[in-house]
Design a protein around this ligand. Structure first.
Ligand code: NAD
Length: 239
């Protein structure tokens, strides 16, 4: 299938490792011109800093496909999260998406074609234990994306959310460690407990998530707009 992504300019945010890196590799394999950023890549950008985002977008120029992504928010239950933690999560998870999207929309509108994919978490469909910041603030990102899909569909721009379940990355290792610290189980025991909650009984390969994102950005995927798609091996219990 020709995905129509050859020579499209793609920005994948927060892509020095993990899911972002896999997504960038997925687009590169389709012949796209891929730009990545993180705090430690050749194109440096702290996504909590609006001025650095502005400079990043100016450096890259017109962007056809944007994948919003950032580091994961601090784990914890309600009593463990301070006002400063809430503010930090809002800046990292929500405002980074606002600043990136605002920067790419004018060109997409002008050329009457664009794809925006917001990477979130299955927490947008079903709250996750010990991740209250993700549960609350990613839901705002998902509803932002749905609103933008309504508003900008007429401009040839699709906006979708991809909600990963549990993929083998550093972030997952840290979350398992945090759960093990709280439960008293060993790391491997906690990992196995989590694995068995997934109907397909395995963690995801980041390349599988990348394939989903690449298809949503593709020409044949152009009629998919405003969805929030869990890629989670069946983990989420709601539809
Ligand atoms: P990761 O921790 O492996 O990678 C995070 C990336 O974000 C890194 O490249 C890091 O440098 C970058 N980053 C962090 N803070 C940044 C900042 N302020 N500015 C710029 N870059 C920054 O995480 P991952 O597993 O690749 O997950 C990516 C996103 O998806 C995270 O938000 C995570 O919470 C979410 N998620 C991951 C999973 C999973 O199973 N891995 C599941 C659900 C949701």
């Amino acid at each position: 299938m020709d995905l129509g992504l050859n020579n499209k300019t793609v920005l994948v945010a927060a892509a020095s490792q993990g899911l972002g890196k896999a997504i960038a590799e997925g687009f590169t394999a389709e012949g796209a011109k891929v730009f990545t950023c993180s705090r430690h890549t050749p194109i440096q950008c702290d996504l909590t800093n609006p001025e650095q985002i502005r400079q990043l977008l100016e450096t890259i120029g017109p962007i056809d496909v944007l994948v919003t992504n950032a580091g994961g928010p601090k784990p914890g239950t309600f009593s463990a999260i301070s006002d400063a933690d809430w503010e930090a999560t809002f800046q990292l998870t929500f405002m980074s998406a606002i600043h990136l999207i605002r920067g790419v929309l004018p060109h997409m509108q002008q050329q009457h074609w664009g794809r925006i994919i917001c990477l979130t978490s299955t927490s947008v469909k079903q709250p996750l234990d010990n991740l209250i910041t993700s549960n609350a603030i990613r839901a705002a990102v998902a509803n932002l994306a749905k609103s933008l899909a309504n508003e900008y569909g007429q401009d040839g721009i699709t906006v979708n959310v991809v909600a990963p379940g549990m993929f083998e990355t550093d972030r997952l290792q840290k979350l398992i460690q945090s759960r093990a610290d709280a439960s008293g189980y060993m790391f491997d025991e906690e990992k196995d407990i989590l694995r068995r909650t997934i109907p397909v009984r395995r963690f995801g390969d980041p390349a599988e998530l990348a394939a989903t994102v690449v298809f949503l950005a593709s020409e044949p995927g152009g009629y998919i707009n405003g969805v929030s798609l869990a890629v989670d091996g069946g983990l989420t219990k709601s539809v």
